[in-house]
Design a binder for this molecule. Sequence first.
Ligand SMILES: [Zn+2]
Length: 73
Amino acid sequence: MDDMDRVQGVNEDFQEFALGLNRRTREPANYTGTECLDCEEEIPEDRRKAVPGCRRCISCQEEHELLSHWRTP
Ligand SMILES: [Zn+2]
């Protein structure tokens, strides 16, 4: 019983962690909106024309690439 309680606690911690991670990296495959996925600001039209299918504003994109760089071993 004690073991089960402990496992449950770990699961909840993990779920919270995974949810946070998911919020941070959510990336719909066919996203066609005009807002940045991270900060939800409108992506400038110039940038959307220059980078078709972009999903982030410039600063969030840079941060995202930095994060993916560190996440990839
Ligand atoms: Zn942004």
